[in-house]
Design a protein. Structure first.
Length: 276
């Protein structure tokens, strides 16, 4: 995501504060929202007018990843007592403000994800976000590993650009699996001793399955259940590295398939960021 225009950010601030509206947030609630969105060093509300205060915070940062997380967070069903019913109303209003920026928030596996509107005006296109490197840098264990991850992403982009969609899916799954393994063992070094199977036995990290990584992240509360469930398709399509499995599934990957796989990966990334 590129930096948003200051006027767009001001409109977003008005939406978040929602003075006299059904979703009005008090000063302390703005601070709590920023914290839940993983805003870097969120400031305590100082008692001034809420909309200018929040606008100043949004416009004074060059951290587009933080802005992206906040946009998704205000559309997150977790933010509202009645869940999706209210969250979707906020999302629809937000998307009117984001239209000029060629951005839209939609739900993938029940989680809000930022994407680009499709040419038909109704669908959403998911691809590698411009700020991906900046977003995963705080999550991973080292700069060296970060660069390896980004090399894998570049490889998937090259495959997609040349119509090698099957290899693109394999690359996306490989990226997601490696990211999960590193984040989990970085957050909890005891996992370096092994991941726990349902039967209580330990599996060394290098032999841990994609499925067990997802289960572990979910059990720790680091990703939500919806994102966990829809990542299964990414896991299955990653297994197209075995041509027999692609034949058994009867899938002919295309550009839409690639977008469908990036969506759940971005939903998991959002959860990993906000749970950090």
């Amino acid at each position: 995501m590129k930096p948003l225009d200051p006027l767009t950010l001001e409109r977003v601030a008005r939406l978040i504060v929602d003075i006299d509206g059904p979703f009005e947030r008090r000063g302390y609630q703005l601070t709590q929202l920023l914290q839940r969105a993983g805003w870097p060093q969120p400031a305590e509300y100082d008692g001034s007018a809420r909309i200018p205060w929040l606008s100043d915070i949004l416009t004074s940062t060059d951290d587009v990843a933080a802005v992206s997380r906040l946009l998704c967070r205000i559309c997150d069903p977790l933010e509202y007592d009645d869940g999706l019913a209210s969250a979707d109303l906020v999302r629809q209003t937000l998307n009117t403000h984001l239209a000029a920026e060629q951005l839209t928030v939609t739900y993938v596996s029940g989680r809000p994800v930022l994407g680009q509107p499709g040419t038909d005006g109704h669908t959403t296109v998911f691809t590698v976000p411009d700020d991906l490197e900046a977003r995963i840098r705080p999550l991973v264990s080292s700069e060296a590993f970060l660069q390896q991850l980004m090399e894998r992403v570049t490889e998937t982009q090259i495959c997609e650009q040349h119509g090698a969609y099957g290899l693109t899916l394999i690359g996306i799954g490989s990226f997601a699996e490696a990211l999960l393994l590193d984040v989990l063992t970085h957050r909890d070094p005891t996992l370096l001793q092994g991941f726990v199977l349902p039967n209580g036995k330990l599996v060394p990290p290098e032999r841990t399955s994609f499925s067990l990584l997802l289960d572990t992240a979910r059990s720790r509360g680091w990703i939500q259940m919806d994102a966990h469930d829809f990542m299964k398709i990414v896991r299955d399509y990653r297994n197209f590295v075995h041509l027999r499995q692609q034949q058994e599934r009867g899938v002919t990957p295309d550009r839409d398939t690639v977008g469908m796989c990036w969506g759940p990966v971005l939903a998991v990334l959002n959860d990993l960021e906000t749970s950090r």
